[in-house]
Design a protein around this ligand. Sequence first.
Ligand SMILES: [Zn+2]
Length: 182
Amino acid sequence: MFQRSNIRHCKQCGTAVTYRLPDDGDTRERAICPACHTVHYENPLNVVGTVPFWNDQVLLCKRNIEPRWGKWTLPAGFMELGETVAEGAARETHEEAGAQIEMLDLFSIMNVVRVGQVHFFYRAKLISPDFDPGHETLEARLFAEHEIPWDDIAFRTVRETLKCFFADRARGRFELHQIDIA
Ligand SMILES: [Zn+2]
C-alpha cells in the first residue's frame, strides 16, 4: 500500500502519533494523536506550470534549487491556497522565468501516484522573448525541438509534456493529454 507519510508528531499538541485506522469507518491508516485524538489526513499535492512557447521554440528554466540543481525544467511549482490552477501556473511562470505570457488551454494532467502529486501544465503564448528569471532559476532560454537537452530534463512529467507538445505541434492540433507516471 502506498505510504508517503512522514508525520511523526501531532501538529496540534506535539505528541508522537500512532498509525491506525480511525474509528469512523475510514479504511486507511492515518497518523492519529493518542493525546488529543487529532487525525492527520494527507492528500496529493498539485504541481502547476506552463509550456511557454515563442513560434516553434519552448522556454525552459535551468534550476538553481534542489532537487535536480542545474537541470532544465518547464516553469512549475506547488499550487498555493487562494489561487486557481491556472493562476498558480501563471504565477510560477512569472516567478521562475519572469516571462510575459498569455495563458491558453490546459495541456497535460499527470498523476505521479508514487509521490502523491498531480501535475497540470497549460500552454502559454509568450508575448515577448525577453525574460527576467527569479532566484530559483540560473538561466531561462528558448529551445527549438532539436535543441532540447533531453538527457538533462529535471522531471519525467516535464519530459512527457514536452514530447506531447512537439508531437501535437507537428500534426498541427493540440489536445489534452492525461498520463499516469509509473
Ligand atoms: Zn495531539
